[in-house]
Design a protein around this ligand. Sequence first.
Ligand SMILES: Nc1ncnc2c1ncn2[C@@H]1O[C@H](COP(=O)(O)OP(=O)(O)OP(=O)(O)O)[C@@H](O)[C@H]1O
Length: 589
Amino acid sequence: MSEITGVDITWQDLSVMCPLTKAEKKRRMKENLPLDDKTIINKVSGTMKAGTFTAILGPSGCGKTTMLNFLSNRHYYLKGLKVLGEVLVNGHPRKSIDFNSITGYVMQDDVIMEAMTVEEVLNFTAKLRLPADVWQDRVEKVIKDLELHNCRKSEVGGVLKKGISGGEKKRTSIAIEMLTDPAILFLDEPTTGLDSYNSENLVDKLNDLAKTGITVVCTIHQPNSFIYAAFDQVLLLAGGSVMFHGDARDAISHFGELGYPCGEYKNPAEHLLGLLSPIDDTYEGRMEVLRKGVIPWDGVIEEKSVKGALQTKESTMVEEVYALGKRIWINLARNKLIFFFKVVANFAFVILSLMVFYQVCDGSSSSSVWNRSGVMFFMLMFTGFSAVNSSGAYADEKAMFIREQSSKAYRPLSYYMSKVLFEMPIDVLIRVFVNILVYLGVGLSLDNAEQIFIFVGISALVELASRGWGNFLVIIIPSVQASSAVSPFVMLVQMLFSGFFIKSSLIPDYLIEFEYLSIFKYSWEAAMINEFNTFDRTKCGDDPMCDPNDFFDLDRPMWVLFMCMAILIVLTHFAAYLSLVKLARKFRL
Ligand SMILES: Nc1ncnc2c1ncn2[C@@H]1O[C@H](COP(=O)(O)OP(=O)(O)OP(=O)(O)O)[C@@H](O)[C@H]1O
């Protein structure tokens, strides 16, 4: 284990501007107002020293989060803004070092796999990121440092299943970041949502971490007196300018000397925020006094070497897929209710199909042909819609995937492969079993033994392609609500162009491309050919609608249909994987 060398972080002449929107520009032009960019942070400089705990404080909208995003190098969140200024790490330009490898960032929301225990969550990250001889000790160390021993065997839990407390969850989020022993730890509003006991406890822990040499920086809203007392340093912002940066205790005397003393029983943070907020008529005059009193940054930059944090490792793809697969299995095993409802839905499908289609498929009359084509279409539709719905897991885990990608915990390909290898086969097996039951139950053709296997094979391909579609849509569409509205529509369009409702030859030429993308087109056509390849036309008698070949376009060879399905599977999964890579790149630091 390498020794962590404390890291001072300095920012010089930082300005962040937001270009005006078109509407705002128009409005300002009408009112003859200046068209300058909106200033969010205004030419600020300063240093946060190694081993200090700094809180960025200020009224709402003063630029705290923007400042934290800039310091922590989270460029995605600064997109669309003009950013000027430089960050030095121990006196060296940030660009010249691997800054992200020595930092940890704790998001405001705790995005942790809810079904796992605290220990499993930590083991997962530690095994992937740390060498084999180090990870276990490191897990024990963060459990000890963040006092997680009482809840190490408890499931994290969430809204539906009570797990560890809010404070323990936040400490687990911090522990995940601390596994790699970062030199700088950034936290976005870590006490939000916690009661005062848990907030104070958390801030105490952060203070302890700072004492070990880590530079701890957080944004915070309205801390109480105890929390304020735990800060070493405060950075007070107002309107994008620094109003005070220094020892938390000195802030009180500084503002007192400027004529704004803090009452004996008043919460210091409340007093400071009150001074910097436009809450009364004296605001402008007060701000003029406070601005004049700002102590300029001394500009002293100490040059020190920057040693890396803990030696991290890059896991192999096999290790990553195995770890992610194990996590999927833990999640499935502990979410029995989801599995139960899956089984119930599939069982209900079997019962319903048998009740509706039992014995109506017998014979060679036109109604039997229609019923057989109907039941096959119904089975393929059930398979496709169930599969597209199963992609919801990507949506549930998106925030966690983004967090894990921002620290490059594993490759996006490993994540996708783990889903394909550990999650998808269960659904495919359930559906294969269900389709065999319905096939046998309703009396579809068994003239040749292979007919049932071919049909089941076709339905498995529908499952794979629909899953590809579902994955692609869930990953590419940012909102869960939007993707769950779009997915059924995409499936409906594929149904429309399946050839079941309207013959291909009747579809307008300019819409024919939709047919190429329809998994139901190829699968239903293949299922029909498979079902009726032993059809005896002579048994039709006088029935003119009896032979399916007369009214459906069933003229493509089977191998072409299988190839088209295979191509669609590859295309949809490849598109889904590329969207996953794009998502990961967007958030990777
Ligand atoms: N990407 C952006 N595009 C447009 N305006 C932005 C952007 N980012 C920040 N701002 C604006 O910059 C100002 C400062 O935002 P920021 O989120 O940093 O404030 P804050 O102090 O963290 O606020 P709060 O305490 O309410 O979270 C706000 O007026 C905000 O609307």
